[in-house]
Design a protein around this ligand. Structure first.
Ligand code: 8YV
Length: 327
């Protein structure tokens, strides 16, 4: 008998076909007020679920007594209550590595767009406002040769460092839970305390996962430490930043500008003060959103789900301790 799984995100037909070969699939393209009641119903018998963004906590797990594998189609898994999942001996997997280059491209692009004010200038041209040579009121600041501070030097942070070091001659400062000797050797990255990094860097990219330790990691104190010319870029999760403090820092000239791919509440409310500022460039959480990468993520997640349901250890298993338990 094939294991029963629920797919709760729109995925490529090839991935769906692969899953259907190996599992009995119930497919929800999206979870909304219409589909949620039947999703909850299906949870009763599901041994696996795959999708992204769903908050998986004790309440949801209580509805899914048969669950063996949760496959998260994202690298971040702050939506998963890991202690609760592990307590129930359920395996959880994510999609690391395959998205590193695409997210690094997005975040570096956001950094460039913010520094060179591309969205503002795009608007100027398209609205017919380009009537004379652009004056210094619309000049940007250089990116090349400036100091880049990366907070969170994992796979994505390293891919950003690679672009900055080899392409833009930028000295790399980084802060991480532990030293990353590979980044130190390959990109001449230098380890800094969080405070020192905030003081020294011209550009600060926040790439840390959201954990209880990184909630509001960057707040009033950190913005005050930053240079008045600093550009802050957030590619992690909105909750790693104190958004009120960010608004205050931007309004009061404590930093120059910000590029944001993520927000504390997503989708961000249209009347959020950050959206009214010219020195803030925004994206709708699209770090990994290319056709190629989203397909790779879905494939990897589907393979992990199938492997886990076969009782084998998926390479992307987050809670390794559970695997020993289920054996
Ligand atoms: C999206 C991400 O959250 O992988 C992550 O952690 O932030 C993004 O890729 C996710 O994959 C949306 O489907």
């Amino acid at each position: 008998m094939k294991p029963k799984v629920i797919v709760y995100k729109k995925i490529d037909t090839t991935v769906l076909a692969y899953l259907s070969e190996n599992c009995e699939v119930t497919y929800f393209e999206t979870l909304d007020s219409q589909s949620l009641p039947s999703f909850y119903q299906e949870l009763k018998n599901a041994t696996g679920i795959i999708g992204s963004g769903l908050k998986v906590d004790a309440k949801l797990l209580d509805l899914a007594p048969q669950l063996k594998v949760i496959s998260n189609i994202s690298v971040g898994y702050d939506n998963l209550d890991m202690p609760e999942i592990s307590k129930r001996n359920i395996m959880a997997t994510n999609t690391p590595e395959v998205l590193n280059d695409s997210v690094a491209d997005t975040i570096f692009g956001l950094l460039l767009a913010t520094a060179r004010r591309m969205p503002e200038l795009n608007q100027l041209v398209k609205s017919g406002g380009w009537t004379a040579q652009v004056g210094e009121g619309l000049y940007g600041v250089d990116v090349h040769h400036k100091k880049l501070g990366i907070i969170g030097m994992g796979g994505i942070g390293s891919a950003i460092a690679k672009r900055a070091h080899f392409g833009f001659d930028m000295p790399i400062l980084y802060h991480n839970r532990s030293r990353n000797t590979e980044a130190e050797q390959t990109f001449q990255a230098t380890y800094y305390s969080l405070e020192e990094l905030c003081q020294q860097a011209d550009f600060i990219c926040l790439m840390t996962p959201l954990t209880p330790n990184t909630v509001k990691l960057i707040g009033e104190k950190e913005f005050k430490l930053m240079k008045k010319t600093a550009i802050f870029v957030n590619g992690s999760r909105g909750a790693t930043v104190d958004e009120d403090a960010l608004v205050h820092a931007l309004q009061n000239g404590e930093i120059l500008a910000a590029g944001l791919d993520v927000f504390a509440q997503e989708p961000v409310s249209p009347d959020h003060p950050l959206l009214g500022m010219d020195n803030v460039v925004t994206l709708p959480h699209i770090g990994s959103a290319t056709h190629e990468t989203r397909l790779k993520m879905a494939n990897l997640a589907a393979e992990s789900l199938v492997i886990g349901l076969q009782g084998k250890m998926p390479q992307t298993l987050i809670n390794q301790e559970v695997f020993a338990e289920v054996q």
